[in-house]
Design a protein around this ligand. Structure first.
Ligand SMILES: CC(=O)SCCNC(=O)CCNC(=O)[C@H](O)C(C)(C)COP(=O)(O)OP(=O)(O)OC[C@H]1O[C@@H](n2cnc3c(N)ncnc32)[C@H](O)[C@@H]1OP(=O)(O)O
Length: 412
């Protein structure tokens, strides 16, 4: 694996080092240093949770984490939101990422507040070696809206309005919190994060309009919203504008349908894209021609179980479960061993045991199972989970699932 960079060279940066780190990120991600974007990103940066490596006076490697909670089956769990990972092109493949990941996981574990870490990967092959498992897939929708029809609404009680997201931030936040309670995969958003979400950096618009919010008000007030923008385009045969949907949050099916009926029928637009649809997106079950959504499966959230007994006890299980699992973990040996997991829809415990194991897997598989997205049976079919006692898979698989698929909401 090459040499591991000496830990002594890893420093915790100060807030004023942000511009230097942003320069490194711009290099690694082939981006620019737009002052407006920098100010927005500075607002969420937590320097005390960052790790920086310099070669002389030049920043060459960096990783950070945001302090947030992640919605998991039946609960909301503190989760280190790992982000801003980059190594300078001049210093790649020398073990710098490995050194940063090892140190970061060790620090998260020792701090004892966050039983899991979660991230979006720029490339899926980077993080499994550090014990991250693909916990939530997503769909990217890209469709010709003239090919799709939605049903007529059963009720016409609601009203739709358009506004600027920043003007409605507090109302959006309240609705988001209510809907989040039942949706694994959504991260909590405090005031700071809402400012980040509604910030509409010009250099990221890619030729489209400013972001707008479509609001649905039902009998008891705001019960749905969509953040989106449109992009004007014409060709020889007429208008070909595009609707770019960023997020849709709806408390009731009628709000969801009303929002999508409008998004799919905006005059002068003919196409729609939505990059963070859930794999169980209700749209799939509403449109008259699902194939025409052009939905493609992609990866979303990668979860690393950092404190195994705390993590497994923190989520809920769809059905009652009592199983002993033998787990391996090369990076955090405290997680390795035999664990008895007893859980159900309202509580769970996880304790070390000497009883014979019924299942065996590595810690990465537990990350894949954590949000209820990967099936235990599918992982076993892939050879990633081993059934040591026949019958265990069939009995335990429903418990690890959930009634909603995990839904990656926002790239952080
Ligand atoms: C959560 C986030 O922020 S995701 C964003 C990640 N950042 C980026 O994609 C920006 C561009 N890329 C980079 O900055 C760097 O290439 C990084 C951070 C991905 C990798 O950093 P490096 O210091 O080169 O990684 P390191 O040397 O520790 O590699 C460890 C192992 O992972 C492998 N690896 C690392 N990156 C990649 C990759 N992109 N593709 C395939 N393999 C990779 C290495 O080959 C090595 O494998 P080996 O041990 O079998 O030899």
């Amino acid at each position: 694996m090459g040499y591991t960079h000496p830990m002594t060279d890893v420093v915790v940066p100060r807030a004023e080092d942000f511009d230097e780190i942003a320069g490194l990120l711009a290099l690694a991600f082939h981006g620019g240093l737009d002052p407006e974007l920098l100010e927005v990103e500075r607002g969420i940066f937590e320097p005390e949770r960052a790790l920086l490596v310099r070669d002389g006076t030049t920043a060459v490697a960096h990783a950070a984490a945001f302090t947030r909670e992640l919605g998991v089956p039946g609960a909301s769990v503190p989760a280190a939101h790992v982000t801003m990972v980059s190594v300078a092109p001049t210093h790649r493949r020398r073990g710098l990422l490995t050194a940063l990941m090892r140190r970061q996981l060790r620090e998260i574990r020792d701090a004892g507040r966050e039983p899991i870490a979660v991230l979006w990967a720029s490339e899926g092959r980077i993080y499994p070696r550090f014990g991250y498992g693909l916990a939530a897939q997503r769909l990217t929708v890209s469709c010709d809206t003239t090919e799709l029809r939605l049903p007529e609404p059963a009720s016409v009680a609601g009203t739709l309005r358009l506004d600027q997201p920043v003007a409605r931030q507090a109302e959006l936040a309240r609705l988001y919190d209510r809907v989040r309670a039942d949706r694994p995969g959504w991260s909590n958003r405090d005031e700071r994060w809402w400012r980040y979400v509604v910030a509409d950096v010009k250099s990221l618009r890619e030729g489209a309009t400013e972001r707008r919010v479509l609001l649905h008000e039902g009998p008891s007030g705001l019960d749905g919203y969509a953040l989106f923008r449109t992009k004007d385009e014409w060709d020889g045969s007429g208008p070909r504008g595009e609707v770019r949907v960023d997020e849709v949050v709806a408390e009731h099916p009628d709000a969801y349908l009303a929002l999508w009926r409008l998004l799919l029928s905006i005059d002068l637009t003919r196409r729609l894209s939505f990059r963070t649809a859930a794999v169980d997106e209700p749209l799939l079950w509403l449109v008259n021609e699902p194939r025409r959504l052009g939905a493609q499966l992609s990866d979303g959230l990668w979860v690393r179980v950092v404190d195994l007994p705390a993590a497994l006890a923190a989520r809920r299980y769809a059905t009652d479960l009592d199983v002993v699992i033998e787990v391996t973990d090369e990076l955090l040996p405290e997680n390795a061993g035999r664990w008895r997991l007893v859980g159900g829809p309202s509580a769970a415990t996880c304790t070390a045991t000497t009883e014979p194991p019924r299942l065996a897997c590595d810690v990465r598989a537990l990350g894949e199972l954590y949000l209820g997205g990967a099936g235990l049976g599918a992982l076993a079919a892939a050879g990633r989970v081993r059934e040591l006692v026949p019958g265990t898979l069939a009995a335990a698989a429903p418990a690890f699932g959930w009634h909603r698929a995990p839904a990656p909401m926002e790239v952080f």
